[in-house]
Structure formats: C-alpha cells, structure tokens
Design a protein around this ligand. Structure first.
Ligand code: P61
Length: 458
C-alpha cells in the first residue's frame, strides 16, 4: 500500500469542478487544436498543468489581504515582508517583483553583459531566456544521474562541480558575473540539491570571486528533502536548514507563486549594495517603486504570511507525501516515472510509457492529449514540443534527452481522492498504451512552441 499523510488542514471554502463526458472532451480538445493550453479551465476536471500560482491560500493569508496598506510608498506590508525575508533568507537587501521572471530580468540586466556566461545546475526556461535577452549564455552542469529517470540518487538536482571548475578555468572568471543553483530542479523532475553540493559549489565559486545566486522558488521543498535524506540535518528545524542554504549564497530570485503559497508575487534579494542600487533603478523602471514592485500591499502581506507557512514541517510532510503517494500508486502498477519522485510533481517518462512512438511523433504530447481525453486531467509536456531544436538550413530536428509529462500538484488544493482518481486514469491508460497514437504539428510557431502550437493525431 502506498503511504499517505492526512491533510494537515480542513476545508473552509470550495470551488466546484466538473467532469465532462468523453464525447465533450473529444470536441473540446479538437477545438483547442490538441493543445492543452487552449482548453478552458472550466473544462478541466483535475488541473495539474502547474503548481505555480495555483495554491490555495490559508485563512490567515486571506485575513492578511484585509490589512493591505495600499499607500504608494513605504506601506506597512513591505516592512512585514522585509522582516520575513531577512529572517529566512538573511540577505541585506530585497526588492519585491510581480513574479519570478521579473526578478530574473532585473538581476540579469543589472549583472550580465553580452558574451558573459551564467552556469547553473539547470536553468529554468524563463531564467535562460532572460540571460539570453541581455546577450549572455546560460550553461547547465547537472550531474549525469539527473538525466537518468531510473537513477535513485538522493540529490539528482546537484551540480557537477568538476565540470563547473573546468568551465571556469576554460572561459575565465571575468566572463562569469554569477552562477546559479535552481532548488529544486524543475526540469529534471523536481529533484533536490544537497547542502553538501551547495557548500562545495560555493567554495569553488569563492576561489574565483564569482557570486552564487539561488533560484529559490521551491526552496522549502528542497529543505524538506535535505532533512529527510542528508546526514546531520534530520533534527534541525526547516528554518535552520533554510538559513544554512542561503548562508552560502550571495542572493536569490524567487517566484513566490510556488513556495510562497501565493497566486502572484516574487522577489530578488542580494548582499551586494552596488548591485542593489543598480537593480533598484531597473525595478522602478519596469515594476514599480522599491516598496511594492508591481504588487498591491495586500499581495505583499499574503506573501509574507505564505513564506512562513511553507516552512511548516507538517505542511511539507503532507505536500511531499502527496507527490510520493501518487508516484507510489503508479510505480505499483509498473507505470514508468522519474524516480525517486520530486517535490512538486510526478513526471511520466513518455519514452518508456509509449515506446512505440518515436520522438518525431511527439510521444509526450500524445500522452498529454490522452490524459485529457481519458479523464479530463490536464498535464504538461516537457519534451520534444518544448525543447526539440530544428536546424533552419537542413530542417533536421535534434530531440531532448528526456521526454517527460509533468503532473504538477497544486499546493493544498486536491485531496487524496483526487489523486486516486488521477492514478486510476493513468493506470488504465497504461494498460491500453498500445492504442496511443503519435502526433504531428498542424501549426508550428517559431518560438515558445508549446504555448501556441496546434496538432493532430498521426
Ligand atoms: C512552472 F511552462 N515555473 O513550473 P514565474 N524558476 C523556476 C520556475 O519553475 C519558474 C520560474 C523561475 C512555472 C511557470 C511556467 O514556460 C513556462 O513566477 C524554477 O512563473 O515568472 C516558473 O517564475 C519563473 C511554466 C513558466 C511554463 C514558464 O509551471
């Protein structure tokens, strides 16, 4: 029997959801050009598209909205948020932003110039795009286990320190204004980074005078894995582990839409005063004054409260437990997933789920379409549609190593019964996987293909 942790909350407000019929779903999906991004939320039964901005806020957060101070400058909620960020993350300066990518844009515009390199364990797509937008190069040095779906390594999000070191020696530290660690690593399955790895990365960077920034959007989930899996941390509090993580960093970007438990919000934090001053100018230009950064006072309050709640160990135990429960139910029936399950999502391994579909026929996208048709479940493809590259001259495709379908679990939204339903639908689909057909494009946009492409079955 898969292990489950009961919900550490009870439900006070509900939002109806509706399961459509198979015939309705066939019409809806065809109408959406077989692109799940164009299906109306009302036509989705269980929405696992993302865990970003989809959390249920607590009663304390909703109450916090009422004490929003909507003054343009120096509202009281800014001070509350500042205290929380200083307590958990410990950086000298912080700037609120409307979401994670805004923090990235401000940071890279201030710190990176054309031709520079920014190494990471694994850059998220918005991070990579913001580095490339200022002419920089985003480079990934994930450990090799991070790309093997069946590898049981406890920290598959770790950076390959040897490759990092070699890279710094090859290109020279003067062309590397900063390095990053994404915790947890969203692309490789929500896999954590160990404290030992963070410490070693910091040591290597320090020898070359390169600052370390952390993409902190799922840091609380990473903290929980460190407590569970890394020797010496089991008896520390989540706050103590978080403080140790950030003590090795010079700053962070955060999309609070994940481990900030809010529907909108983010921030950029750092220790370097000069960088803070430069970033402040850009923030005012793009986001707003230093004390609101594109958010309402009430949003800042909800974020301040959510950041604390996400470090509650009982909450994290249930949260990670939900992901593990769904993963164990699938593994019991032999459904291929990325193992061990990560912090925010279960990732189906499409290559092994539908081995009869070649990457050219978009196996991940085919699975996404079938999950919707079978059970009204919305997942997202993280494979060839998102990442295959076409050579403009020869028309030849290069396909990504991993062909995954992400089932991201929104925080505090679905119950165990919902997860059982999801598992049942996937298991049934797995039993008749031979019937799943591949897909091809009917419209293929030039960039960010996954958002607007259209498809048909082969
Ligand atoms: C997600 F399909 N993630 O996972 P923002 N860093 C990291 C993220 O996971 C992340 C951001 C920074 C999303 C939303 C999303 O093409 C896509 O607050 C590790 O969304 O700006 C966001 O934070 C950016 C999904 C974003 C996408 C872009 O679902």
């Amino acid at each position: 029997m898969p292990s489950m942790v009961p919900e550490p909350y009870r439900i006070k407000a509900v939002e109806p959801i509706r399961l459509t019929t198979r015939a309705e779903r066939e019409a809806i999906l065809a109408n959406a050009g077989y692109n799940i991004f164009f299906v109306k939320s009302e036509d989705v039964y269980i929405d696992l598209l993302t865990d970003s901005g989809t959390s249920a806020m607590s009663d304390a957060q909703w109450a916090g909205l009422m004490v929003g101070d909507e003054a343009y400058a120096c509202c009281r909620n800014y001070d509350r948020l500042k205290d929380v960020i200083s307590d958990i993350f410990g950086f000298c300066y912080f700037l609120p932003t409307h979401q994670g990518r805004a923090a990235e844009k401000v940071l890279f515009s201030a710190a990176v110039k054309a031709g520079d390199y920014v190494p990471s364990n694994s850059h998220f797509d918005t991070t990579r795009a913001n580095i490339e937008a200022v002419g920089g190069h985003a480079v990934d040095f994930l450990i090799s286990e991070g790309l093997v779906p069946t590898s049981q390594h406890a920290f598959k999000g770790n950076m390959d320190v040897k490759r990092l070191n070699r890279f710094i020696e090859d290109v020279g530290a003067q062309r590397i204004p900063l390095a990053m660690l994404t915790i947890t690593n969203n692309f490789g399955g929500g896999q954590p980074v160990s404290l030992a790895n963070i410490r070693t990365v910091k040591e290597v960077l320090s020898q070359h005078g390169i600052p370390l920034f952390i993409d902190a959007c799922r840091y609380a989930e990473n903290v929980y894995f460190i407590k569970q899996r890394e020797a010496g941390y089991g008896n520390k509090t989540t706050l103590e582990v978080a403080r140790e993580i950030f003590s090795y960093a010079d700053g962070c970007t955060m999309s609070a839409k994940k481990d900030g438990l809010v529907n909108i919000g983010g921030f950029l934090a750092m220790n370097d005063e000069r960088l803070y001053q430069q970033a402040s100018q850009l923030l005012i230009l793009w986001e707003g004054f230093l004390t609101y950064g594109g958010l309402a006072g009430r949003d800042l309050e909800a974020m301040a409260r959510g950041l604390r709640e996400a470090l509650d160990e009982k909450y994290l135990q249930h949260r990670i437990g939900q992901v593990r429960y769904l993963a164990e139910r699938l593994l019991e029936q032999g459904v291929p997933i990325v193992e061990p399950p990560g912090g925010h999502a279960v990732y189906l391994d499409a290559r092994r789920f539908v081995p009869h579909i070649p990457q050219a026929e978009l196996p991940g996208q085919a699975l996404v379409a079938h999950l919707y048709l079978e059970g009204g479940i919305r997942a997202v493809e993280i494979g060839s549609v998102a990442f295959a590259r076409k050579d403009e001259k020869t028309g030849e495709w290069t396909y990504p190593e991993l062909e995954l379908v992400r089932l991201a679990i929104p925080r505090r939204v679905y119950t165990q019964t919902h997860l059982d339903y999801v598992a049942d639908v996937i298991i049934e689909l797995y039993h008749k996987r031979d019937q799943i057909r591949g897909m091809r494009y009917t419209y293929e946009p030039p960039f960010l293909r996954h958002f607007t492409a259209r498809f048909e079955f082969v």
